[in-house]
Design a protein around this ligand. Structure first.
Ligand SMILES: NC(=O)c1ccc[n+]([C@@H]2O[C@H](COP(=O)([O-])OP(=O)(O)OC[C@H]3O[C@@H](n4cnc5c(N)ncnc54)[C@H](OP(=O)(O)O)[C@@H]3O)[C@@H](O)[C@H]2O)c1
Length: 187
């Protein structure tokens, strides 16, 4: 029996999450999906899903980049055996991230680009990253992060950039829930 999908996620913690999860659990048990997980689940939603179901999500894909580091949520996911995965690891270029002085100076020290410093910082924190680029040379650049290591001082310097909040949206804001819910209904 071949798995049809490697990984299948619930995109947002809204709507019939339990119905979806139980259907996904069934497909997982039948071997049709190799791993099932969630995305944008804050720690309260995540633990609720875990304690009321049988299969623990393999992954929680959430916003993680230097300005939003998930410093509290990350250890919680680790304790509960859920792998954190970063969406928008480059903050989609916002806040002038590729020109950031701290990231640039760390990059210069290691002869690496800002993008490589960010991806290496994620790897060293055990965060899976899914950076997006449409350019082949940047894909090569983004893969070339396994020949250097950030030291504890570099890691501490990047930690200072955290704002503790999203650059994009708050999944707990009722207006966001309404907007995303309506968008789904209009598909
Ligand atoms: N689960 C969710 O709710 C959720 C939400 C948002 C996003 N995502 C996912 O997260 C992934 C990435 O998100 P994203 O594309 O929005 O943001 P991102 O990966 O943070 O940033 C992409 C931007 O960075 C540029 N870039 C990539 N590599 C670079 C490099 N080495 N140097 C300079 N610039 C570079 C890209 O430009 P070029 O393409 O021109 O290189 C693009 O403008 C996607 O797969 C997306 O589907 C998931």
């Amino acid at each position: 029996m071949y798995s049809i999908l490697d990984l299948y996620l619930i995109h947002q913690p809204y709507g019939d999450v339990y119905g979806s999860w139980r259907a996904m659990e069934e497909l997982y048990r039948e071997g049709k999906i190799k791993a099932i997980g969630v995305s944008n689940f804050y720690t309260d939603r995540l633990i609720d899903l875990i304690i009321h179901n049988e299969v623990v999500p393999a992954v929680n894909q959430v916003e993680v980049h230097p300005f939003c580091q998930q410093i509290e949520a990350h250890p919680f996911m680790q304790e509960n055996k859920v792998q954190i995965e970063a969406w928008r690891p480059f903050a989609e270029g916002r806040n002038n991230i590729f020109e950031n002085e701290i990231l640039r100076s760390i990059g210069e020290k290691h002869n690496k680009t800002v993008a490589q410093v960010i991806l290496r910082w994620l790897v060293q924190r055990d965060v899976i990253a899914i950076p997006k680029t449409v350019r082949k040379e940047r894909m090569v650049e983004n893969f070339s992060i396994f020949d250097f290591a950030l030291n504890p001082e570099d890691m501490d310097a990047i930690m200072v950039l955290d704002t503790g909040t999203s650059l994009f949206l708050d999944h707990r804001d009722p207006e966001t829930v309404k907007r995303l819910g309506n968008a789904k209904l209009n598909i």
